[in-house]
Design a protein around this ligand. Structure first.
Ligand SMILES: [Zn+2]
Length: 278
């Protein structure tokens, strides 16, 4: 180990001790030793901070879909300390889900995914308030489900839901992380309504005859990579740490491990964006 590395670790240990000592004095319950220990490996990141942790604790995130993408998204956000997580999913756990939907186990077969997910997330981090919604998000109920959310992460597997989420987020000016995965390829896009392109700007119409995971297949780790990227972008948007992928999407060919970042301009006449720019 280099001397500079040893010095860094010594400084780090000192700073954690200082914060822990303050917490023991009872000056701030947010800095309780158990909480500092739980989040210690992100708190020591040079890019992270106590302020970032407090932002997460005060944040409410709606995760649409508790499947292949929603599992890593919800687990990473709960683990990181997001204050409230809403989990929207109308389906029950099926045997064909288990190779890629890591929040659900074999004994959960037949259990609503929203409730199966909420139970696991409660074990992972009891500090997080998890609210399961066993319902399919659509254009009718989207605004109500999004109410109070600081960020939405769309992990659904249908274009109908994607456009409903995008429209509702634009109307309510709630930041959104979109994604999709199929086979061994995927896509992630960050949207900050009123600041550039939305999902419908990039993809005005759903592709005709789009295949599904049931017909085209999907590899579990491919969904894990795309879901993890969604969680990463969500943490960036919530805390201001790092540079979020906004006004662009990332296209991932996981068979070749090739990633392409594509900038997207706002499309004049996009009916979803119009609400955000009104
Ligand atoms: Zn748009």
């Amino acid at each position: 180990m280099s001397s500079s590395r040893r010095g860094f670790l010594r400084d780090l240990a000192g700073s954690v001790r200082d914060v822990t000592a303050d917490a023991r004095k009872g000056s701030d319950p947010f800095l309780a030793p158990e909480r500092l220990e739980r989040y210690s490996r992100q708190l020591v990141l040079p890019e992270w901070s106590e302020a970032a942790q407090r932002k997460l604790a005060g944040a409410s995130v709606l995760v649409v879909g508790a499947g292949a993408l929603g599992s890593p998204v919800a687990m990473y956000l709960a683990g990181a300390g997001v204050g409230r997580l809403g989990i929207v999913d109308a389906d029950d756990v099926e045997l064909s889900n288990l190779h890629r939907q890591l929040l659900h186990f074999t004994p959960d077969l037949g259990v609503p995914k929203a409730h199966s997910a909420a139970a696991k997330l409660g074990f992972l981090n009891p500090e997080v308030v998890v609210e399961p919604y066993q319902v399919r998000l659509d254009a009718e109920n989207a605004a109500g489900l999004l109410e109070g959310a600081d960020l939405v992460v769309d992990c659904s597997d249908s274009f109908e839901t994607r456009y409903a989420v995008n429209g509702a987020c634009c109307a309510a000016r709630i930041p959104l992380v979109e994604a999709g995965v199929l086979g061994m390829s995927g896509l992630v896009m960050g949207i900050r309504p009123g600041e550039g392109a939305c999902y419908r700007c990039a993809f005005p119409e759903p592709p005709p005859d789009a295949p599904s995971c049931a017909t085209a297949g999907v590899l579990g780790p491919a969904a894990g990579v795309i879901g993890s990227l969604q969680a990463l972008e969500a943490l960036k948007l919530l805390t201001g740490v790092g540079e979020p992928l906004v006004g662009a999407f990332l296209q991932a060919d996981l068979a070749l491990l090739s990633f392409l970042r594509v900038s997207v301009e706002r499309r004049p006449g996009c009916p979803d964006c119009a609400a955000a720019y009104a």
